[in-house]
Design a binder for this molecule. Structure first.
Ligand code: DC
Length: 239
């Protein structure tokens, strides 16, 4: 039996997280946050001394490094624990990493390891298995193009780098943290450059995807546009 899959791809800060959670709750589907997987691998690679603390200064990783990081992926015990809120907690080797993986530095580590073909291959099956038990909302960069090419509805949600940096600043300030707009904008632009131009699974819309620019839209507008699109693809919402 196959379950419905909705893929939401696009760059960081376009609003995918909020929309995916809302869709998962409305449809009672599971949520796959594939960016979290790459963040975990980046964090572990750094902890293992395979990635420097200054990711922007990172030169190309060698094939030997790629093999070591891939081995690390194959030995990770990653569990997705669905919470009542609809979110999925991620437990790595027995420890929840949900908070630790969210900062900009780990995001940069993630972007570097995500460009390694063997790492992507090692994570592929694990992601596909998430759709074996219930409907799935898959959040990432290559969900529609590579991981779930037969998904029922595919969306590419984007926004300008400036709008995304603004949102990140607001988010950090609301959490009581300091935020430097220009540093955040630069980090977003570097990450976009790497994610969109890598040779393997670059971040790009599937040809059948609904492409939505959320720069000038609020979360409700984005949600209702995506909901209406999913309905045209045969996805039924009770609410
Ligand atoms: O969505 P995010 O910011 O948590 O993703 C972190 C990094 O992981 C991002 O720079 C790109 C990479 N990524 C990817 O290459 N493929 C995915 N399916 C998800 C994320």
């Amino acid at each position: 039996m196959s379950f419905p899959v909705i893929t939401i791809d696009g760059p960081s800060g376009a609003g995918k997280g909020t929309i995916c959670l809302r869709l998962a709750q409305a449809l009672n589907y599971r949520l796959l946050d594939s960016g979290a997987l790459y963040r975990i691998v980046g964090l572990k690679a750094n902890q293992a001394g395979l990635l420097s603390d200054q990711p922007s200064a990172e030169s190309e990783l060698s094939a030997k490094d790629e093999d070591k990081i891939t081995q690390l992926v194959n030995h990770l015990d990653i569990q997705f624990i669905p919470r009542q809120s609809g979110e999925v907690d991620i437990i790595v080797d027995g420890i929840s990493v949900a908070g630790e993986i969210r900062n900009e530095t780990v995001g940069s580590y993630a972007s570097i390891v995500a460009a390694l073909p063997k790492v992507r291959e090692a994570l592929l099956q694990l992601q596909q298995n998430m759709a074996n038990h219930s409907g799935l909302i898959a959040d990432g960069r290559d969900m529609g193009t590579v991981v779930f090419p037969d998904a029922d509805a595919k969306v590419y949600l984007t926004a300008s780098a400036e709008a995304r940096a603004d949102r990140r600043v607001t988010q950090l300030e609301q959490a009581g943290q300091k935020a430097n707009y220009l540093a955040i904008l630069k980090s977003i632009q570097q990450r976009d450059e790497r994610d969109e131009n890598r040779s393997v699974s670059p971040s790009k819309p599937h040809e059948e995807a609904l492409v939505l620019d959320s720069s000038e839209m609020n979360a409700d507008e984005v949600y209702f546009k995506i909901k209406a699109f999913c309905q045209t693809k045969g996805i039924c919402f009770d609410q």
